[in-house]
Structure formats: C-alpha cells, structure tokens
Design a protein around this ligand. Structure first.
Ligand SMILES: C[S@@+](CC[C@H](N)C(=O)[O-])C[C@H]1O[C@@H](n2cnc3c(N)ncnc32)[C@H](O)[C@@H]1O
Length: 315
C-alpha cells in the first residue's frame, strides 16, 4: 500500500522535486552517465562495498534513478540534505519506489534502511544536516560523491575543497544538472522585459548569501570545468544536460506542466523582491506564460552541465 503524504498535501518544494524527476531523467548527459555507471562497476569489482555520498540529495530521486537503471553495485549510500521535510519524504518516496519496482525494502533503524535488488544489497542512510560540518569530520572517507542539481547553490572556490577533502584519493566525483546561465522561453513574449528578468534572476543567484558568505553561481556549469581541475580533479567526462520541456498533442510528458509552473513561481517570487522590476509587466508576463502552460504552448530550455571526475591520488 502507498505510504502516506498525498500528492495534494505535499510542500511545494517537494512537489517541485517530484515534478523535476522526469525532466532530469531526460536531461542527464547519457555519455557521462554511462561512464559513471561503468566506473562504479569497475570499482565494485575491487572494493567489497563502496561508500557513496550524495550531497543535497533532496527526496532521493537520484538514488531511485540509479536503482531504476541498475547502476548501483553493493554499496552503502548516504544521502544528506539540510531540509528536514525532504529527508522525511525521502524515506516514504524510496519505500514506495521499492514497492512499485518489486525491490525488497527493510527498515533498519530511524533513517537507515536496506534495499535488495537482483543480487545486490544497498545499505541506505538519510541524514538531515549541513554537508560541510558533517564532512569536515570525515577526511577521505568516501569512495564516490554525487552532487545532483546542487553545486550551483554553492560558492564553488570555497565549497569544492571542503567536499573533495572528504573523497578518497582516486575517488569519483559525479556532478550533474549544474545550471549554466541560460534560460529560454518560447514563443517570444515582451522580449526586452524577459531578457531583463532572466538576467536579474541569474544575478540573484550570484549575489545570494548563506550564513554571511556568498553562495550560488548562475554559471556553475562552465566554471566547474576549471574549478574541478584546480582542486585536483581529473575530468573523465563532460557534457551538457539541458532541460528541454515541451508539450505534444498529449500535453506535457509526465505532467511536466507542473514543473514549469514551479519554475515560473521561483522567478516570480524572486522578481517581486526587486524594486526596479515593473510590477505591471511582471504580472502580464507571468499570467501569459501560465496560460501558455495550460494550453501546452510554452517551450522551455535551461542550459546545464554534467561532469564525471576522479580525485587525483597524491604523488
Ligand atoms: C535544487 S535541490 C536538488 C535536490 C535533489 N538533488 C534533486 O535534484 O532532486 C538542492 C538541495 O540541496 C539541499 N542543500 C542545500 N545546501 C545544502 C547543504 N549545505 N548541505 C546539504 N544539503 C543542502 C537543499 O535542501 C535541496 O534539497
């Protein structure tokens, strides 16, 4: 039986993450993904049980995706997220996922469970907390680190060394859906105004502060290429992972109109805080874009990048 938390009661951010799953499934760069999956299998052949850490894992959709694609070997998979609602929902989401997928799910203790799939066993732990203090106490602890749709929320030059210190030399770093500064909506609508608000939206990412420190990079996608190498990571694969959302005669796939509504909500909320953005034009722009979603006319592209890297072993 489906576990509680009905879709209509979900907090908006969880609803957004759920609606993002199919958009990300389609967007992830397949070549980078395949190389990651192959690398995991090779490492599993020499390591009895891999220690995998997911940073900012949300409600567990990346873990579900890895399981759906049978990409995980025997492993301990730790998912960390600061948001308590996400972590609480992750356990429900993954238990429901396992029931649908015919995968055995065993609760071990609070926040810990076991998933059995084919001949493989995954020990899962979900932790609610800030990744940085948590990792500071665990140097070189992890064999593999995954950061999906999260690094663009951090200040890369200071966040990357703190993340990478927790990775074993030779460890894998797989980071996906890193925003790279370009959001496109079609058909054209109030083009000058739209250019202004989308540029401002990027700017708000770049100027965001967390605990008094800069956090966020609207061009994380391109910056990661240099930043990763500067911090000792050899790039094994790189490629784009653009979101491409459109409707056909049957509407948006997987109800992705909901995802587009969330995207517009994020932009609207941010723009309402900007005193120099014309409120009347914003109202018109949002209302028309929402109607376009209802009519299946809105087409959206968001440019993002994926990387697979390996932390160089010390000489
Ligand atoms: C855009 S969401 C992506 C979630 C998930 N990776 C997905 O794609 O479904 C970013 C997530 O990172 C989490 N997060 C942000 N800063 C964090 C930190 N310092 N430590 C742990 N999690 C963090 C947020 O709570 C949020 O769930």
């Amino acid at each position: 039986m489906e576990k509680a938390m009905q879709t209509n009661q979900l907090p908006p951010f969880i609803d957004y993450l759920l609606s993002k799953k199919s958009v990300d499934d389609r967007a992830l760069n397949l070549r980078v993904w395949n190389q990651f999956a192959e690398s995991l299998q090779k490492r599993a052949a020499v390591n009895e049980r891999l220690e995998i850490l997911e940073v900012g894992g949300g409600i567990g959709t990346m873990l579900a995706r890895l399981l759906e694609n049978k990409a995980l070997p025997n492993c301990c998979y730790t998912l960390v997220d600061t948001n308590a609602e996400n972590i609480a929902y992750a356990q429900i989401y993954l238990e429901n996922w396992a029931a649908k997928a015919g995968c055995r799910f065993e609760r071990v203790s609070d926040g810990k469970f076991r998933l059995m799939q084919a001949q493989r066993q995954m020990e899962i732990e979900t932790i609610c907390g800030d990744i940085f203090p948590l990792l500071a106490a665990q140097p070189a602890a992890w064999d593999t680190m995954i950061a999906h749709a999260v690094l663009d929320l951090f200040h890369l030059p200071s966040a990357l060394p703190r993340l990478l210190d927790a990775l074993q030399p030779g460890g894998l770093f797989y980071t996906t859906i890193n925003y790279d500064g370009l959001t496109i909506f079609e058909p054209p609508l109030l083009p000058d105004f739209e250019t202004q608000i989308l540029a401002r939206y990027n700017q708000t990412m770049d100027e965001r502060h967390t605990d008094g420190l800069l956090s966020g990079d609207s061009r994380a996608g391109r910056h990661l290429f240099g930043e990763l190498q500067q911090h000792g990571v050899e790039i094994l694969a790189a490629g784009s992972s653009d979101w491409v959302i459109y409707a056909n005669n049957s509407g948006y796939a997987h109800n992705e109109g909901v995802f587009l509504q969330h995207l517009l909500n994020f932009i609207e909320t941010e723009m309402r805080r900007q005193p120099d953005i014309d409120a009347g034009l914003l109202e018109r722009w949002i209302a028309t874009r929402r109607q376009q979603i209802a009519g299946g006319e809105l087409f959206c592209i968001v440019h993002q990048m994926d990387y697979l890297g390996m932390l160089r072993a010390l000489p």
